[in-house]
Design a protein around this ligand. Structure first.
Ligand code: ATP
Ligand code: MG
Length: 625
């Protein structure tokens, strides 16, 4: 019998408009009815109506197949970049500054740099671009390494720009010897004047540019020895001020900084700039394709100039468009404010789009890689709505995680004529390989309080006095015979029911959990901000915080099958990303679909006694808005 039941339930589908689980036939009927209604409404008025936006039939939905996570390398921009320099030994690098946690935008850079190398059989280094000692902290180094491995990538080498401080210094002296650098003492104001004013005042060089090699070497060594206070001396590259590109107007190569460096301590008084360091480190590491974002297009000229001037190996820099996400903030300063003012639970809050936050929420790394591939890579920047990201995550989870029944606000139902039975239930209606688990049915079950109404009404298909509803996986629908109220005289305390053996097919099916279910805390997340552009809101992004971004259900119940789902994590089982390779997935790899509710993952605040579940994403697009 159990088999027949599961067979039947497996064919149920979600009615996206009502959230009901219904048979294929019933869904078809409902959709046809809505389509007809929509057509009538459209005929009545030319203006678009709400009814006209009825959901598309399931058949028209995008095919549920995995996105090729190498698609971006096979065509378009990145394919052209490879063809410009089709070398056998592809070498790339991902060069974060270790001054904060990475966010979703960085995931694009990671996927591109590591992925490009992997696709072409090459290698990619993780290079900490640590030339700015003031902002660096140990935690960021560790967090960045962890998140790259979580995304499924292994750096060929982990390097630090600071590893090269001595070599960079020597090349700076070499640049002086080649008369392509000089020590300058100008103030910011003077430098600004030297840059001229388009068509009004010409650009010019200061007198320091005329110093001879010996003087420059002496002064530069004095800088290194600590003779100069910050801002009183710096080394400038002698480029080409007649070039229209400001990146050629004698950029700084070294400045004096009074700061302890994370790795080199106080041994250096001078630190190289990004413009001096980046291209040379790329050259030292033999980078064939140096991929960065389009803000660096103008810098390509100075990047090439420096390597040419020193006659070292020349990597090729190419630039792709940044990924921006609307409806949230990504800047370190802003997230720091949310954290410091207690709006969120920390840098890894599930509502944030830091990668540690997305990870904690339960988004699988594979879904992030699919997302990057779906968007594609071009030279244009892209701004994506959170809903689009959610959609990718939802599709990914749909095919890869088990299903369980969970109720957020349990309502006790006594089924008078239910016999104790063991029900064998598949973890997935589509993927038999996920196996089955057994539910022990007794007379007592719990349904969600929202699936019961004390008064029936038209268009309502769930439980009400005298009315029947299907319980997923149960042999018969149940019919409500009576209910009791709590002391407040309003809240329903319990429902009495019996099997409806009339043979009538229920209009809808709801989820339920058995008596021996596990109590869990569920954290339902909505967008952290009310608007699509939190920064544009009057008074700033802090004024746009959504007071309902987190709703807690402290007494939710999940069926006992959860225990097996927990033990068998990580979900998905596929071996495509870091979390499955490491074989020691964190709580966030315990993922499942709570039927009719949402996708969930275990939160890192969980303890053996107290399980906390995060909502990863809703089951359908408009929920929670
Ligand atoms: P932010 O200003 O957002 O903190 P950043 O550019 O200062 O970012 P880095 O540590 O310098 O952060 O970034 C490391 C790499 O990631 C760089 O190559 C950078 O171009 C890339 N990157 C940063 N943000 C994005 C983004 N939104 N989209 C794509 N690539 C990005
Ligand atoms: Mg940067």
């Amino acid at each position: 019998m159990a088999d027949a039941i599961t067979e039947g339930a497996a064919k149920l589908q979600l009615d996206e408009e009502t959230g009901d689980m219904v048979s294929k036939g019933e869904l078809k009927k409902r959709l046809a009815k809505r389509a007809k209604k929509a057509a009538t409404a459209k005929a009545k008025s030319e203006a678009p109506t709400k009814a006209a936006a009825a959901p598309k039939p399931a058949a028209e939905k995008k095919e549920d197949v995995p996105v090729d996570i190498n698609a971006i390398f096979k065509e378009g921009f990145l394919d052209r970049v490879y063809k410009e320099r089709p070398v056998k030994d592809v070498y790339t690098r991902f060069p974060p500054e270790p001054n904060g946690y990475l966010h979703i935008g960085h995931a694009k850079a990671i996927a591109i740099n590591f992925g490009f190398a992997r696709f072409h059989g090459g290698q990619c280094n993780l290079r900490f671009d640590d030339t700015n000692p003031e902002a660096e902290e140990e935690v960021y180094f560790t967090a960045i390494k962890e998140i790259i491995s979580w995304l499924g990538f292994t750096p060929a080498k982990i390097t630090h720009s600071s590893d090269n401080f001595e070599r960079l210094y020597e090349l700076a002296e070499e640049l002086i010897r080649r008369e392509k650098a000089y020590v300058c003492h100008c103030s910011d104001t003077e430098i600004k004047l030297q840059r001229g004013d388009e068509g009004k005042r010409p650009r010019y060089r200061c007198e320091h540019a005329e110093r001879d090699i010996e003087t420059n070497l002496t002064e530069f060594r004095a800088m290194r020895a600590g003779k100069y206070a910050p801002k009183t001396a710096f080394l400038r590259m002698k480029q080409d001020i007649t070039d229209g590109n400001p990146q050629m107007w004698d950029l700084a190569a070294y400045r004096v900084l009074d700061a302890e460096h994370h790795r080199t301590g106080d041994s250096w008084k001078i630190y190289p700039t990004y413009d001096f360091t980046h291209g040379l480190c790329d050259s030292f590491e033999g980078i064939s394709h140096s991929l960065c974002t389009t803000e660096f297009i103008q810098s390509r000229v100075s990047y090439e100039w420096l390597n040419k001037s020193l006659e070292v190996y020349e990597p090729m820099q190419r630039e792709y468009g940044r990924l921006s996400i609307s409806g949230t903030v990504l800047s370190k300063r802003k997230i720091a404010r949310l954290v410091n003012e207690g709006v969120v639970r920390g840098w890894n809050d599930p509502r944030l789009y830091t990668l540690i936050g997305i990870r904690r929420r339960g988004v699988p790394p594979g879904a992030i890689l699919e997302f990057v591939n779906e968007l594609g890579v071009t030279t244009a920047g892209t701004t994506i709505q959170l809903a689009r990201f959610d959609q990718t995550v939802r599709r990914y989870l749909e095919r890869s995680v088990p299903r369980l029944m969970l109720v957020l606000t349990p309502l006790r139902v006594e089924i008078s004529d239910a016999e104790p039975t063991d029900l064998v239930i598949p973890f997935s209606p589509k993927d038999a390989a996920m196996g089955t688990h057994t539910l022990h049915l007794t007379k007592t079950v719990f349904i969600d309080a929202s699936d019961f109404r004390t008064e029936d009404s038209k268009g309502y298909f769930r439980l009400a006095p005298g009315k029947s509803v299907g319980l997923l996986q149960l042999p018969f629908p149940i019919k409500c015979t009576s209910f009791t109220l709590a002391e407040d005289g309003k809240t329903v305390a319990s429902v009495s029911a019996e099997y409806d053996r009339s043979g009538a097919k229920p209009k809808t099916y709801i989820q339920w959990v058995p008596e021996d279910s596990c109590k869990v805390e569920v954290r339902m997340y909505n967008q952290l901000f009310k608007s699509e552009k939190p920064d544009d809101v009057e008074g700033g992004f802090m004024k746009d915080v959504n007071p309902e971004s987190e709703t807690i259900y402290a007494d939710a119940l999940v069926e006992p099958g959860f225990e097996e789902v927990r033990k068998r994590a990580p979900w998905p089982e596929a071996k495509e990303t870091g979390e499955s390779k490491l074989g020691e997935g964190g709580p966030e790899t315990v993922r499942f679909q709570g039927m009719r509710v949402a996708y969930f993952a275990m939160d890192s605040d969980s303890t053996p006694e107290h399980t906390i579940l995060n909502r990863i994403v809703s089951l359908k697009e408009d929920a929670g808005k």
